[in-house]
Design a binder for this molecule. Structure first.
Ligand code: NAD
Ligand code: UDP
Length: 310
């Protein structure tokens, strides 16, 4: 049994990760400030004798003896991370410093949930890990993108300077049950709009692309990454390379929900990336043949069922 700290554990991805780690027989400390997460996401784990919930903020130091740390704390949807951009960048930068300091002191392995946003509005398609990205340092998305880029730098520096055992995963658009219904991300927006027969809001003409990964595939990938030998540090892309336009996604959701919703076009937000698709060869190589198993249709079915239920 390992003692594992999951920061952001009450969020969408964190709650699935906590569940998996508990089911594998570990002791889990879930640390969250509930900015975008909720006790509801982990209420089914609270009675478990080896699950511990801590209301805290990663920008504050935290002391515990742990074997592994998954650093997921950070709002992930543009609406939420732009609500208080200074807090967002503090969460990535100070949060990483605090968690790396903890890892250094207790000699824990630490994994950073980085993002495809480090590639910005990419000029290379699809995106391999070697690409340095095309990020606007002073735009509305910068607090998130640059915060995550700085976090990667901090992880590498703690590794090189202090020999901290680090892992960096770059997560591409992930969806599934327990996404926040009001977080404004495209999959949850479209499903909720379709279920309510309300207009489907496509920003721009819908020709921009994303590659959508179901949450279970991601959790499998990040757990495998934590289990790799100490010399495997990443960064490694974890995503589903099947690419769709936003218009295709809207049409698919309308069809699957048998909705009478009509599509409406709204202005494209500033610096919205035109295309995004991961190269996942490295993940396949270092994560024991990992590849995404759940394709969009099946994943959407599960996610639609969840939103219908709530
Ligand atoms: P989420 O917003 O559901 O989860 C983030 C969690 O972190 C929430 O529970 C929130 O309350 C908590 N949190 C935020 N700031 C905090 C702070 N200062 N201290 C403590 N807790 C804090 O988002 P998610 O989709 O589950 O994302 C989890 C992680 O994965 C994030 O780091 C995000 O950047 C990364 N990621 C997600 C995606 C995606 O598509 N979902 C893509 C790339 C990267
Ligand atoms: N998007 C959209 N309608 C919505 C929400 C999002 O057309 O109601 C678009 C958004 O402009 C972007 C894509 O969908 O091009 C994915 O947006 P999301 O916020 O989910 O993720 P990110 O832009 O961070 O990849």
């Amino acid at each position: 049994m390992k003692r594992i700290l999951v920061t952001g554990g009450a969020g969408f991805i964190g709650s699935h990760l906590c569940e998996r780690l508990i089911n594998e027989g570990n002791e889990v400390i879930c640390l969250d400030n509930y900015f975008t997460g909720s006790r509801k996401n982990i209420v089914h784990l609270i009675k478990h004798p080896y699950f511990e919930l801590v209301r805290s903020d990663v920008t504050m130091p935290f002391y515990a003896e742990v074997d592994e740390i998954y650093n997921l704390a950070c709002p992930a949807s543009p609406i939420h991370y732009q609500y208080n951009p200074i807090k967002t960048i503090k969460t990535s930068v100070m949060g990483s410093i605090n968690m790396l300091g903890l890892a250094k002191r207790v000699k824990a392995k630490i994994l950073q949930a980085s993002t495809s946003e480090v590639y910005g509005d990419p000029k290379i398609h699809p995106q391999p890990e070697e690409y340095w990205g095309n990020v606007n340092p002073i735009g509305p998305r910068s607090c998130y993108d640059e915060g995550k880029r700085c976090a990667e730098t901090l992880f590498m520096d703690y590794h090189n300077q202090n020999k901290v055992k680090i892992k960096i995963v770059r997560i591409f658009n992930t969806y599934g049950p327990r996404m926040h219904p009001n977080d404004g991300r495209v999959v949850s927006n479209f499903i909720i709009q379709a279920l309510n027969n309300q207009p489907i809001t496509i920003y721009g003409d819908g020709s921009q692309t994303r590659s959508f990964q179901y949450v279970d595939d991601l959790v499998e990938g990040i757990c495998r990454m934590m289990g790799t030998p100490d010399n495997v540090i990443g960064p490694v892309n974890i995503g589903n390379p099947n690419e769709f336009t936003i218009l295709e996604l809207a049409e698919r959701v309308i069809k699957m929900t048998r909705s009478s919703s009509k599509i409406v076009n709204m202005p494209l937000p500033k610096d919205d990336p035109i295309q995004r698709k991961p190269v996942i060869d490295k993940a396949g190589e270092i994560l024991g043949g990992w590849s995404p198993k759940i394709q969009l249709e099946e994943g959407l079915e599960k996610t639609i069922a969840y939103f219908r239920n709530i």
